[in-house]
Design a protein around this ligand. Structure first.
Ligand code: IFM
Length: 443
């Protein structure tokens, strides 16, 4: 079991009353295919040889479908205020419908924890396609069904998880499901997800929801040098990964030059943007690390487990002098302060209160001091952003459990709780004890 002496010696600054401490997971990464779950694009993708590095699938994953009571007991013992999980659209579409989530939400509420469902975390039902506009309308129908069934117990909702990554990794580079390598022709998948987000906000509002957000992934983009070519490439990268997903949601506009690339006439895109820009109650940020970007170098680049093709108009460079996680991601806590204060400066009053919907790191071992150092540094960096005037209302660790890390399979361990993928035994790590102390102290 985790020990109580895991807390770093330096006292943690106080967080305001009501600040939400939580942990996150997603359906495809933990549940397994048990029950009546229909197939998703991820099932088809993992069945293709060579797609997942260790050749694994998420057919069992953490078997959370059967072990959810044990996992909710871990949440209760951790003492978190909130649990962010995702609802599997293919499961809801199956004959089992929402029965599993009904039971899960009851269990989470009974443990005194607030359920915070994400309505789409990459497991699109097989046969649907984000390149098709109709998928956005289908998503809104599904969201109405979920809200109708769970809305009596769920207050806080998340529409989408990381549409940027789902577009980039799944549709532009082909390293995630559905495995397309369309490069810039993948942009309709981004627009249709954003439209789905806006339609989902409307569907949730129609069902009476008053606490709605999105979980977008963001990070500062650092130019590799002061050279104009590097600066221009970094600005472009910032546009693609940050502004293309934050601007339309927060301001109802695409950054200059982007709207023209989206499917539909200018009038249609403008009408969609009215929907996409529906006001939110809060804005979710998933933060892991900044990216250092320079002019293209005419060669493929290995970056965070992904091969970036030579023809991209930028290249990703190493951030030197920083510790790396097991995934090879640099540990840069102050990037979170920079990101949040930068958002406040860029979006001003258009930025609603922020919630950090994911932050975490992959490390091996039960005595995971590196994870404690990572989380400790990032929570302090978050506090500095709050001192600088950014309105942040919550912080969720990715993740409660070690789980199926997409194309990396089970090789990356992000959990506060270790999962033995042979026996499925759960063992809290040192970081679990540290986070439990932090949550107690934070109150
Ligand atoms: O595991 C993922 C999660 O599904 C989305 N955000 C990043 C995490 C770590 O890669």
């Amino acid at each position: 079991m985790a020990t109580d002496d895991a807390m770093p010696a330096r006292p943690m600054p106080r967080f305001p009353d009501g600040f939400l401490w939580g942990v996150s997971t997603s359906a495809h990464q933990i549940e397994g295919a048990a029950g009546l779950r229909g197939p998703s694009v991820w099932d088809a993708f993992t069945a293709e040889p060579g797609r997942v590095k260790d050749g694994s699938t998420a057919d069992v994953a953490c078997d959370h479908y059967h072990r959810y009571r044990e996992d909710v007991a871990l949440l209760a013992d951790l003492g978190v205020d909130a649990y962010r999980f995702s609802v599997s659209w293919p499961r809801v579409d199956s004959r089992g419908g929402l029965d599993f989530y009904d039971r899960l939400v009851d269990e989470v509420c009974a443990a005194g924890v607030r359920p915070v469902p994400t309505l789409f975390h990459w497991d699109l039902p097989a046969g649907l396609d984000w390149l098709e506009r109709d998928t956005a309308a289908r998503f809104a129908e599904y969201v109405s069904v979920v809200a109708g069934r769970l809305g009596d117990r769920v207050g806080k909702w998340i529409t989408l998880n990381e549409p940027a990554e789902h577009t980039l990794l799944g549709h532009a580079l082909g390293v995630h499901a559905p495995g397309r390598k369309l490069l810039f022709d993948a942009l309709p998948a981004a627009h249709h997800q954003l439209l789905a987000h806006g339609l989902a906000v409307r569907a949730l509002r129609a069902a009476g929801a008053t606490d709605v957000g999105i979980a977008n992934s963001h990070g500062p983009t650092w130019p590799a040098s002061g050279d104009p070519a590097d600066r221009e490439a970094a600005e472009f990268y910032d546009l693609l990964l940050n502004r293309m997903f934050a601007d339309p949601v927060l301001t109802g506009r695409y950054p200059e030059g982007v709207g023209e690339l989206m499917p539909g006439s200018p009038g249609e895109v403008a009408a969609d943007l009215e929907i996409i820009g529906e006001p939110l109650d809060w804005y979710g940020v998933n933060y892991y690390a900044p990216t250092r970007v320079g002019a293209p170098q005419g060669a493929e680049i290995e970056f965070g487990g992904v091969t970036l093709p030579a023809e991209l108009p930028f290249s990703v460079r190493e951030i030197e002098g920083r510790p790396l996680t097991d995934f090879g991601w640099p540990v840069v806590p102050e990037g979170l302060t920079e990101l949040l204060t930068g958002f406040r400066d860029r979006y001003g009053d258009r930025l609603p209160p922020v919630v950090i919907t994911e932050n975490g790191c992959s490390y091996e071992g039960l005595d995971d001091r590196d994870r404690i150092a990572y989380l400790d540094g990032h929570v302090r960096a978050l506090h500095r952003a709050m001192e600088a005037g950014v309105d942040v209302r919550g912080y969720f660790v990715w993740s409660l459990l070690d789980n199926f890390e997409w194309a990396e399979g089970y090789a990356r361990r992000f959990g506060l709780v270790h999962v033995d993928f042979t026996t499925l035994e759960r063992t809290p790590k040192a970081s679990y004890g540290w986070f439990r102390d932090l949550v107690r102290h934070g109150r």
